[in-house]
Design a protein around this ligand. Structure first.
Ligand code: ATP
Ligand code: ATP
Ligand code: MG
Ligand code: MG
Lengths: 169, 151, 151, 169
């Protein structure tokens, strides 16, 4: 599968709906310090089921919801949606094998209610995790490298490096 | 299972040798198992020989050399098993201009098998990208996307 | 002793306010004591308000904003108590071009009170230096110094 | 005081004698990855009495001695010398108050023998530490920031940040 589109609203500094289409090849995200680039990376980890608050640079999960600025009040909900397309020759894992596209989304309300959905149908965190299992992009996979952590792979203990390779098995 | 790990490990270490030689021209990088008898628990070590230098432990590498060695392993895995997308957040921050060039060239080859999304402040990496998204906070504290033209 | 710490803390937090406003135009940075009653053991916290954003805990800052806030504290201390020399090894790696400019300008003022030695890959920081030392490894594995001309 | 000159020989990748004069103002050290820039910073911490091997990026202290390359054999000794000049209006701490310049040096032989000297006269590590006490450049001071550790000051706990400020008291 391949990532086709990402939609973010109310997540961290993205108060207004943002749509990012990825046309294939290399897409670069650029901008000054503090403008929200790493927040986009956080949004991607979050929609795929990231539960560890610290790796989202927060202390409580509700801190991922837009907290307001001097001009705008805080939002009540954060939502991220990821649209994946089939790559030629590959199919999605069951029960989505016949789909051309699959949509994965996650929503969080200030009162703590959290919702996952695949193709618009509510599901459990486990279903989202299973969908991404073994693709390398799951929350501990080798395919998302956070800011200032690239050298960790070299400094890691040999047992931890093994986990990286196992994910590709 | 044991066989699957052995097969993956063999393939990734072949790929790592190739990718490492591209990022460190004249250098040699090898993956090694810490305990070959026990495939279910063995760790994976890295042995690096840079041109002219003695064989050394990865801990002695410089800041930029460590980033580059790590990128060699990540790309080696992705070449063996492409992923839906590869996200790299300022992985080129410690690299000198020459190494950013080598990295950006190889990234283009990775992008043939996986969607690549890279956050960077480096012009050389931006030039390698086919598509640029600019993020700004015009209205303070709220992020928006703008079109970016490299010049 | 208690009085000396109190006096140093007061002076450094005044200096920090000034330096922070230079590195974050429109922003406010404050040092706070975690336990004012117990000057011998109290910790020192940082509270940051960036233009337009809400007051926030330093943990929520971005990579580049964290580097810049740390540099504000280091420079604030050196302005209060100059040191024989200040050594900064690639502290500008996470900064965007605009912030490298602000950092480099302020570094010139720090250099009026302390010798500054900076390791960098950033052209803008090199331009701020009065003197450049180039390090190379022509004969592989052995470092030598060469003269460097910026152009 | 102010740093006037640094001499390095046999320390890490500096096999041949290196002399760096610092003319005042800002001196920049530049060069490709792996060429030896951070080794110069390590040399400065080392001559001032750094004993923690890990903060010199090594596992044994003798790893700071030039380990040899394919073309050159390992060296038997590492030596770093720092020459400090008086700044107008300031004097050196006793017993060097009347000196115009002070030289601090450290030597290590492969057999483990280690030697400190001030103005050419052998002394103890403690004497070197006392000489730099309270100047900010001692091995835990605020005046030497290692590669990729600048943000640590912001991420540190409040009690650790206090130590930084205490050093300036
Ligand atoms: N819940 C939230 N609501 C509003 N703003 C938030 C929220 N969480 C984080 N932020 C803001 O997002 C900013 C950080 O954004 P981010 O880390 O994405 O920056 P960046 O573009 O990656 O910068 P750099 O180039 O320095 O790494 C912070 O200034 C913080 O104020
Ligand atoms: N005892 C030693 N003998 C010989 N060479 C050594 C010794 N210790 C370290 N080195 C070499 O020094 C190199 C690292 O140098 P250093 O960390 O100073 O690079 P750098 O210029 O800071 O690079 P970067 O820009 O990537 O940070 C390593 O490649 C290592 O081989
Ligand atoms: Mg970032
Ligand atoms: Mg370095």
């Amino acid at each position: 599968m391949i990532l086709k589109r990402l939609e973010i609203v109310g997540f961290k500094s993205f108060r207004d709906r943002l749509v990012l289409d990825f046309p294939g090849g290399i897409s670069a995200i650029v901008g000054p310090n503090g403008c929200g680039k790493s927040n986009i990376v956080d949004a991607m980890r979050w929609v795929m089921g990231e539960q560890r608050v610290r790796s989202l640079r927060s202390t409580k999960m509700e801190e991922v919801i837009f907290a307001g600025t001097q001009d705008y009040p805080p939002m009540g909900m954060a939502e991220v949606t990821m649209i994946l397309a089939r790559r030629e020759g590959f199919t999605f894992p069951e029960p989505y094998a016949s789909c051309e596209e699959v949509t994965v989304s996650r929503r969080l309300f200030r009162d703590g209610e959290s919702l996952y959905a695949i193709n618009g149908v509510p599901c459990r965190l486990l279903d989202v995790r299973e969908f991404f299992m073994g693709t390398g992009v799951g929350s501990r996979g080798y395919a998302i490298i956070e800011q200032s952590s690239v050298a960790d792979l070299v400094e890691a203990r040999p047992e931890d490096r093994r986990v990286f390779i196992e994910e590709a098995a | 299972s044991r066989e699957r790990f052995a097969e993956t490990y063999q393939a990734v270490s072949r790929s790592f040798r190739h990718v490492f030689a591209r990022l460190f021209p004249g250098g040699k990088g090898e993956l090694l198992l810490t305990d070959e008898e026990n495939l279910l628990e063995t760790g994976v070590d890295m042995e690096i020989r840079l041109p002219g230098k003695r064989l050394q432990n990865v801990g002695l590498l410089s800041g930029g050399e460590k980033s580059l060695a790590a990128l060699a392993l990540i790309m080696a895995i992705v070449f063996y098993k492409p992923t839906p997308f590869l996200v790299l957040d300022e992985v080129d921050a410690a690299l000198d201009d020459g190494n950013v060039g080598l990295f950006a060239d190889l990234l283009k080859e990775v992008a043939a098998v996986s969607q690549v999304i890279v956050v960077t402040h480096n012009k050389r990496t931006m030039e390698a990208a086919g598509h640029l998204y600019g993020v700004t906070m015009e209205s303070k504290g709220v992020s928006k996307i703008v079109a970016v033209d490299l010049n």
